[in-house]
Design a protein around this ligand. Structure first.
Ligand code: GUN
Ligand code: FE
Length: 451
């Protein structure tokens, strides 16, 4: 009964993609490694005895009325440098946006002062929005990418960080590309080794991620070499897959194969792979994702802008593909996973089928597309943990104590709660919370944000 921290309160966590479990007024007992050791319900004999031991101590934390625990969110796709341009230039098509806004701003991350300013801010902002784990694209610059991992380590966020590879001299602008293929691979290997060492100094872990930006930016040699590096060091892999009509068609033209099959041929689809967007996967691609354990990062806000598309997420999930949610900063403008949960539900409703029986020409959409708020919450938490193959995203024994403390009573952001059931409180939290309501954020048993 010697716990490092003990918390008392009511928590919401995904039991499955259908069911949100409510843990009413429980004790959450955290070990020295920041993992949840035990959850004790009020009807348990130990309950009062444990309260008697811990009450009044510094490591006993009791929530007030109107406060609740939620798992920390897992953002499975975020471009940290693009925080600097977040909310701008969203009217352009993807390829123009990359060339006229994104590559110029990412090229500035050769300057470590600028990188430091933006990266400190984006990590802090994501934590303040309840994101306890983030899968980041950095830029092509090795030093600045290491700096991002260091900032995650220092601020206490579980950051998975990739040095971006863009080595194709014919496709990438001269001011923003790797020097050559071998340099890109060497720097990726050095990056992996440095971040693995850095991780040992942290409690929550930081992870190097093999990151070909997308097939159009990489040579065959680089793609193959990156698959080999990921296998050699057992790292995560991330990229973009079948995002827009343009990107999807580009790969088809180059390989006469889909994005998914091409990535697989380079050894880039495996259980720790997360592919962003995936709007235009064909049936065999979906099977490949399910067989290899590759996850989709669903980026609903970004998809509305750059893909002009809604991912058929319910269908892909039903086929056994792991799904996480991604903000895709700054293809998506919002750093909040709450906003992305809300958009994923709304987008799915727009994809749902419908017809006016008197007017057959009004037939539209795809049957069984809608997702519930419970499912969207699952994608943002437990589904993200499964996508990354890490014990995170659930409030359950043997999972990390990564949580947000939500205060529904904040004067300037009071939630409309009047005699609600606890499940209604949960839904109101998901739809109504603003950053002001996120009172504390904990990662691996350490407090990393409070207001
Ligand atoms: N495809 C290649 N690079 C990017 C990027 O930075 N953002 C998005 N949304 N798609 C991409
Ligand atoms: Fe992206």
């Amino acid at each position: 009964m010697n716990y490092t921290e003990v918390f008392k309160g009511t928590a919401f966590t995904s039991d499955s993609s259908k069911v949100v479990r409510i843990l009413t007024d429980c004790l959450f007992c955290i070990g020295s490694d920041g993992m949840i050791e035990k959850i004790i319900a009020p009807e348990n004999d130990e309950y009062q005895a444990l309260i008697d031991i811990y009450q009044g101590k510094d490591n006993y934390h009791c929530l007030a009325d109107g406060q609740y625990f939620l798992p920390g969110f897992v953002d499975t796709h975020v471009h940290a440098p693009q925080w600097a341009q977040s909310g701008t230039a969203l009217d352009l098509p993807l390829s123009d946006w990359l060339n006229t806004y994104t590559f110029p701003i990412e090229s500035k991350f050769s300057d470590l002062h600028f990188a430091n300013e933006v990266y400190e801010d984006v990590v802090q902002t994501l934590l303040a929005n309840g994101t306890t784990t983030a899968l980041y694209f950095a830029t092509i610059h090795k030093e600045a990418s290491i700096l991002l991992a260091e900032i995650c380590a220092k601020q206490g966020q579980r950051g998975l960080v990739g040095k971006v590879v863009m080595d194709d001299l014919t496709q990438n602008p001269s001011y923003y590309r790797d020097e050559d293929t071998q340099t890109a691979l060497d720097e990726t290997e050095e990056f992996i080794l440095t971040v693995k060492e850095l991780s040992k100094t942290t409690k929550q872990g930081v992870y190097p991620v093999v990151t070909p930006r997308f097939i159009p930016s990489c040579t065959d040699e680089a793609l193959k070499g990156l698959g080999a590096l990921a296998a050699k060091y057992d790292t995560h892999i991330q990229s973009h897959c079948s995002e827009s009509d343009w990107a999807h068609a580009f790969v088809k033209e180059r390989f006469n194969k889909s994005d998914a099959v091409s990535l697989h041929n380079f050894g880039l689809l495996q259980s720790k792979s997360v592919m962003a967007h995936c709007n235009f996967l064909e049936d065999e691609d979906v099977e490949l994702f399910a067989e290899t354990g590759t996850a989709i990062s669903h980026c609903p806000i970004s998809n509305a802008y750059f893909a002009n598309s809604v991912l058929p997420v319910a269908h892909f999930h039903a086929k056994g593909v792991d799904i996480g949610l991604g903000s895709d900063l700054s293809g998506g403008f919002s750093p909040s996973m709450y906003d992305n949960i809300r958009q994923s539900v709304m987008s799915s409703r727009m994809l749902e089928d419908g017809v006016n029986p008197a007017l057959p020409s009004t037939r539209r959409g795809l049957g069984h597309s809608r997702i519930t708020i419970n499912k969207a919450f699952y994608f943002a938490t437990a589904g993200g943990g499964e996508s990354l193959s890490l014990p995170i995203g659930r409030i359950e024994p043997n999972y990390a104590w990564d949580v947000q403390v939500i205060d529904t009573t904040i004067k300037t952001a009071k939630l409309p709660i009047f005699n609600d059931t606890l499940h209604d409180v949960f839904e109101k939290i998901i739809y109504q919370v603003r950053p002001e309501n996120i009172r504390e954020v904990w990662v691996q048993g350490q407090k990393v944000h409070s207001r």
